[in-house]
Unconditional design. Structure first.
Length: 717
């Protein structure tokens, strides 16, 4: 029996063991259902545990493993043969059937060559000899083939996965993890890391696998729901919600930055779509206020305001009807605790005040009586004034026990609503901001209008969150221990700072690409300022500079654009494809696009995008195509969902997506001297997996001029 047949036999054996386990856990469920009725809490826990096991096995029954390693530990007499799968499965006796890709020994599959090798286990470094590293191609439950690593290059091993369609690539991400990616995935939980990754370098893949790895390896210390992913948009969240279960991750929290804001702040308000501001920037409307509000200078101004409000809260002792009930130094003790909100401080002081009144009520009543004693004793016994004094004293004795009323009166000037606090800050902002009077007037006018309409900009959110954090506390965001942020290049420095502040007990894995920083009017300039000013240098900067998405030809073309804004070349995995073609089309554009779509589909491309510069360009092209009875799915700010097929999409909404074939529409609209334009063009070009075509009407932009050769196709249809 040759090796292929032996491995097919092994696949059959493992699938059979999986089926036996399904039967084993089903019998467990039946038993628990029948005999644990009187212990409902235990019954529910056991049923959940066994049901999850069944779901896990069923999910991977047809592809239980993707790799194999044979490893002999130094001084050992027997080698370990490990079949590596997306999840690790044990039989009913606790024996290993398949090894989880996240297990320490599985790192040999990703990081080591045949020969002397080692891996880090909980007990220390394990050294030995890696004798075999094998990658399997399993489809529909059948083993098609395998390849032994070290007989061909890594790039060659990747090609079968990289040449598939966009939809199928998502199913194989565990198999295709590369050494440089694996090192980031397996970094220590206690580290803060920023990962600068070029387009197509697998940032999202690494981000999701890092969460899955940490959940698996930290399960004895932390619950899965103490990990969180922050993504850029609803499309991303929809995507990861379908991928994470395949990585055996089910309860990790998933948010966008906007959904964090909405969850954290109880008040209802709308948030201006970022892409409206981006469209303004594309139309040449520079907005320095947005940039300023996203900076730490704005944070510092908010901080000064907070300190003033804090200082105004304790405005002397609590005095009631001339009697000093409690000294201000006692009150101050409750407002000087670190990481305790104003609201929590008021509540804690209120508890103390209630006990204090009960303990000292008689003494306080006596002090109030002493105010009138001499007068009372010197008055005639039938004096009405004596009755007034007695009535007043009696009222004091009753009122002094109404601690909530006294507390409310003392703290009546304190608002706990972030919108009201923000409005108060803006009304007095000249006291805190070092801007010209013109800029302050503009900031004040626009922001007050936004607050009045409860329609705030993305740049206002860090300030609101900071105010809410100081006055109302962390909610439950301080329970998280690790935060993964994807597409982080679009955050401003204040956004980074408030996220770090809000998740005070977390470490961070931050992924982004500055070359795709399309919201440059608000976002960071470089990663160093995040490391130095937000993390106070307690953060590593790592890089992923090899693109696995596009062909060599597409990446080389995109590199011509990235040079325009000072970025170096991204390295493409050596997967060759068609040359990038340019087409001068200034008439009958609809016919040309229809013909191109048919050509792509005939070549087997399933996901196809026509990428326009702006949403207005997308709408205009859509109308033109509709006149010619060509109906395409339009991705817009109102419809971010893409389920495959052919679509029209603005360049900035294409970020994070990938397509088998891409057509860049009308590069005449892009100004090569404008950094934002070039970043948008770069984003569009790097969405293509296999085929990229560029359309222009008059003249090809300068960075792509050398593509415009004599043999260029010029059409008039």
């Amino acid at each position: 029996m040759d090796n292929l047949e032996k491995e097919r036999q092994k696949l059959w054996e493992i699938k059979d063991l999986y089926r036996k386990l399904l039967d084993f856990y089903q019998k467990k469920i039946d038993y628990v259902t029948k005999f644990y009725k009187k212990e409902p809490y235990l019954q529910a826990n056991l049923l959940e545990q066994y049901t999850n096991k069944i779901l896990q096995i069923e999910r991977h029954l047809e592809d239980p493993f993707f790799g194999r390693i044979d490893f002999t530990q130094n001084n050992a007499t027997q080698k370990e043969i490990c079949y590596i799968g997306k999840v690790g499965i044990l039989d009913e006796s606790g024996n290993i059937i398949t090894v989880d890709w996240r297990a320490p020994i599985a790192s040999l599959f990703y990081d080591s060559n045949i020969g002397p090798a080692e891996y880090l286990s909980p007990s220390g470094i394990i050294k030995g000899e890696l004798e075999l590293k094998r990658q399997f191609d399993i489809k529909n439950g059948s083993l098609i083939d395998f390849q032994d690593v070290n007989t061909v290059s890594n790039d060659e091993l990747l090609k079968p996965f990289l040449t598939t369609s966009a939809d199928n690539r998502l199913k194989n991400i565990v198999v295709t993890i590369q050494t440089e990616q694996n090192k980031i995935i397996r970094r220590d939980l206690k580290e803060n890391n920023i990962i600068q990754g070029t387009a197509g370098a697998g940032k999202t893949t690494v981000a999701l696998h890092r969460i899955a790895y940490l959940v698996y390896n930290e399960q004895k210390n932390y619950n899965e729901n103490q990990f969180i992913i922050i993504g850029p948009n609803a499309y991303f969240m929809d995507y990861i919600s379908s991928v994470l279960p395949d990585l055996d991750v089910n309860t990790v929290k998933q948010y966008t930055f906007l959904s964090i804001v909405q969850n954290f702040i109880s008040e209802k308000f709308k948030i201006v779509n970022q892409n409206i501001c981006l469209e303004d920037a594309l139309n040449g409307k520079e907005n320095q206020i947005i940039k300023f509000k996203s900076s730490l200078n704005y944070k510092n101004a908010i901080e000064k305001f907070i300190n003033d409000v804090k200082n105004s809260i304790i405005h002397g002792p609590i005095v009631y009807k001339g009697i000093k009930i409690i000294d201000e130094s006692v009150i101050a003790n409750y407002f000087n605790k670190k990481d305790v909100s104003i609201n929590e401080s008021i509540k804690e002081f209120s508890k103390y005040f209630k006990k204090y009144l009960k303990t000292n009520a008689d003494e306080l009543k006596h002090q109030y009586w002493l105010k009138f004693r001499d007068e009372y004793l010197n008055l005639p016994k039938d004096s009405k004034r004596r009755e007034e004094i007695l009535a007043d004293t009696d009222n004091f004795n009753k009122e002094i026990m109404e601690e909530n009323k006294i507390i409310s009166n003392y703290f009546s000037s304190v608002s706990l609503k972030p919108l009201e606090l923000y409005q108060l800050f803006i009304l007095n902002c000249e006291k805190y901001l070092s801007l010209s009077s013109t800029n302050i007037d503009s900031l004040k006018e626009k922001t007050l209008e936004a607050i009045k309409n409860k329609n705030l900009g993305y740049e206002d959110l860090p300030a609101l969150m900071y105010l809410n954090l100081i006055f109302n506390g962390y909610k439950d965001f301080d329970k998280y221990i690790h935060v993964v942020v994807d597409e982080a290049q679009d955050f401003g420095l204040f956004h980074f700072w408030i996220i770090k502040k809000l998740f005070k007990n977390s470490t961070f894995s931050i992924f982004g690409d500055l070359a795709q920083s399309i919201y440059s009017y608000q976002s960071i300039l470089n990663w160093d300022e995040v490391i130095n000013e937000v993390f106070e240098k307690d953060c590593n900067l790592l890089t992923l500079d090899k693109s696995y998405r596009t062909t060599y030809e597409i990446m080389e073309c995109a590199n011509k654009i990235s040079k325009c804004f000072g970025f170096g070349n991204a390295k493409a995995v050596l997967r060759h494809g068609d040359d990038v073609e340019t087409f001068k089309v200034n008439e009958n554009i609809a016919d040309f696009i229809l013909e191109k779509i048919k050509e792509y589909q005939n070549n087997g491309y399933q996901s196809i995008a026509i990428i326009c510069k702006s949403e207005l360009d997308t709408i205009n092209l859509s109308k033109l195509l509709n006149k010619n009875k060509i109906n395409l799915n339009i991705i817009s700010s109102k419809n971010t969902k893409f389920d495959g097929g052919v679509c029209l999409v603005p360049s900035y909404l294409a970020k994070g997506l990938e397509f088998d074939a891409v057509m860049i529409y009308d590069t005449d609209l892009y100004d090569y001297q404008n950094e934002l334009d070039m970043k948008l063009l770069y984003v569009g070009m790097t969405r293509a997996l296999h085929k990229l075509d560029i359309i222009y009407q008059n003249e090809l932009i300068l960075p792509l001029k050398d593509l415009d050769k004599d043999e260029e196709l010029k059409r008039k249809l």
